[in-house]
Write a protein that binds this ligand. Structure first.
Ligand code: 2HA
Ligand code: ZN
Length: 269
């Protein structure tokens, strides 16, 4: 028995997570237990699941998050591998319910798999998304090789330098990642400081942020769209790298070409 049985909408969200987890592994972005995915599945939860008792918990979140009171999340399990989650999402992740005290959660199913070590930062981001009325329901953290490599160049970490390079490699990147890539300076993984800096940078109007020398954190309407933005940015990073490996720095599209693109596609920046 699975809580996904006879709940096709919930099952579809979890299947999308499994599909994306497979892509992360195949692309080489998810070594060992690297990366995390959380999805707010509250809209896919029915009254019978709401009435079901927890199978584990309550556990403290470590912070008070009033806007996600009573919400449900599918979360990758701590120390679990993306490549395993791709095949067995309910053995390597679980659905949790945020309790009315807004400071703790319990596990609803299928198994008592403890959520990701980055749970407080992921939930804090979801809390902020709900607070500002966003329709975004998914967050993805992963370690894309070429983007992380670029974050080792201090010149690229100045505001929007990397964004403009990546946008100018191919028109699709600005069209499909129109807010660009925010930069969060190196901070200890799983730390509260990293969570706070991530939220501040997302609120500075980015959908994807780079954690210097670590990885990226993306939010989107669903897990597939969050993945697509990281994939699009990485495509540009690969074009940049390939041009450099051919012996030249790529010129990039001109400012006039970028402006024309923004005007025609009504892009926000
Ligand atoms: O959970 O990638 O940053 C694994 C990570 C933490
Ligand atoms: Zn990481």
């Amino acid at each position: 028995m699975s809580i996904l049985d006879n709940r096709p909408a919930l099952a579809a969200e979890v299947e999308k997570v499994a599909e994306v987890a497979g892509y992360l592994w195949t692309k080489g972005w998810a070594e060992r237990n690297g990366g995390n995915i959380t999805v707010n599945v509250t809209e896919q939860v029915d009254d019978t699941l709401r009435a079901m008792p927890a199978i584990a918990g309550p556990f403290p979140i470590g912070m008070t998050l009033p806007h996600i009171k009573g919400c449900y999340f599918y979360c990758k399990g701590t120390n679990r591998r993306m490549r395993d989650l791709a095949r067995w999402p309910m053995d390597n992740g679980s659905v949790i319910r945020i309790l009315d005290d807004c400071t703790s959660y319990e596990i609803v199913g299928d198994k008592p798999v403890m959520p990701t070590s980055e749970l407080p930062s992921h939930l804090a981001v979801h809390d902020d998304l709900i607070a500002k009325g966003s329709n975004y329901r998914a967050s993805v953290h992963t370690h894309p090789i070429e983007l992380v490599a670029m974050s080792h160049n201090p010149e690229f970490l100045k505001k929007d330098v990397l964004t403009n390079i990546l946008w100018s490699m191919i028109p699709e990147t600005k069209a499909f990642c129109p807010r660009g890539l925010g930069i969060v300076p190196y901070m200890l993984p799983s730390s509260t400081e990293l969570a706070e800096a991530t939220i501040a940078t997302l609120n500075d109007d980015y959908d994807v942020v780079m954690w210097e020398k670590h990885g990226v954190f993306a939010v989107g309407p669903d897990v597939m769209e969050a993945f697509d933005m990281i994939d699009t940015l990485t495509k540009s990073a690969i074009i940049y790298r390939d041009a450099c490996s051919m012996g030249f720095i790529p010129t990039g599209m001109t400012p006039e070409q970028m402006k024309e693109l923004s005007d025609v596609f009504h892009l926000p920046k």
